[in-house]
Design a protein around this ligand. Structure first.
Ligand SMILES: [Fe+2]
Ligand SMILES: [Fe+2]
Length: 240
């Protein structure tokens, strides 16, 4: 596919965006392995069939996202696709949580928070992007992330998350949100590639606006509907 938006860039700009996409390829693999860990926990603690179907498919989906990202990197670099270098896979311990509750925390962090916010970020990226290849790649990734987010909300609404666990979740939300977002929202340095909205990149300001809107419009109402107390999480968001 011809892409005049990419072709019109100077070499150093292409190198910068190639780096962004190559880095994302590795991050997608990390996310995929996060889903593999969640799948194990869910099978041990109980899970609805449609939820485990999505979670196990997500392992492969994220590998496909790595392929898309590495292919875009190659296109920017004008070279062969390079598979991501080995990456550390960190599965958070969430101490002192154990057992089914620890799995629920993983699902909430990965699906209800990360994937739901990723959907909002990707929508904003696609809305700005003019490069047909980037738009196609981001749209394809977005369609999977919508399912990945849904799996989390469906699990929270299932009988496998007890009323006690829901009560215990409220005070954890701040820690889960801070773990994902503190570094991103507290820093002021430009995001990598942020000078290139035509290439589907968000500035830190735009990113912050999108995250706050998604928290207020989707994530917090989702937890409210699931019967989880969001007052402390909302207080954290107000400080950001
Ligand atoms: Fe992904
Ligand atoms: Fe995902």
């Amino acid at each position: 596919m011809r892409d005049d938006v990419i072709e019109s860039l100077a070499t150093e700009q292409r190198v910068e965006l190639a780096r962004v996409w190559q880095n994302r390829a590795g991050l997608e693999l990390q996310v995929g392995i996060g889903f593999a860990a969640i799948a194990g926990g869910l099978v041990e603690t109980g899970v609805l069939q449609p939820v485990i179907e999505i979670v196990t498919a997500a392992v492969r989906d994220e590998v496909r996202h790595a392929e898309i990202s590495a292919s875009l990197a190659a296109r920017y670099r004008k070279g062969e696709m390079k598979w991501p270098a080995p990456v550390k896979t960190l599965i958070p311990a969430f101490a002192p949580a154990t057992g089914a509750f620890r799995t629920t925390l993983h699902v909430v962090a990965m699906c209800c928070i990360n994937e739901t916010l990723a959907c909002a970020v990707l929508e904003a990226c696609v809305a700005r992007a003019k490069s047909p290849l980037v738009r196609a790649g981001q749209q394809s990734i977005l369609s999977d992330e919508i399912d990945h987010a849904r799996a989390g909300w469906a699990h929270l609404a299932s009988p496998f998350v007890s009323a006690d666990d829901k009560r215990a979740l409220g005070p954890w939300l701040r820690r889960l949100l801070a773990g994902k977002l503190d570094a991103l929202l507290d820093e002021a340095a430009p995001l990598p590639g942020e000078a290139f909205p035509d290439h589907g990149m968000l500035s830190r300001d735009a990113f912050t606006t999108v995250i706050h809107a998604a928290l207020d419009d989707v994530v917090f109402p989702g937890f409210d509907r699931a019967g989880i107390d969001t007052s402390d999480a909302r207080a954290w968001a107000n400080e950001k």
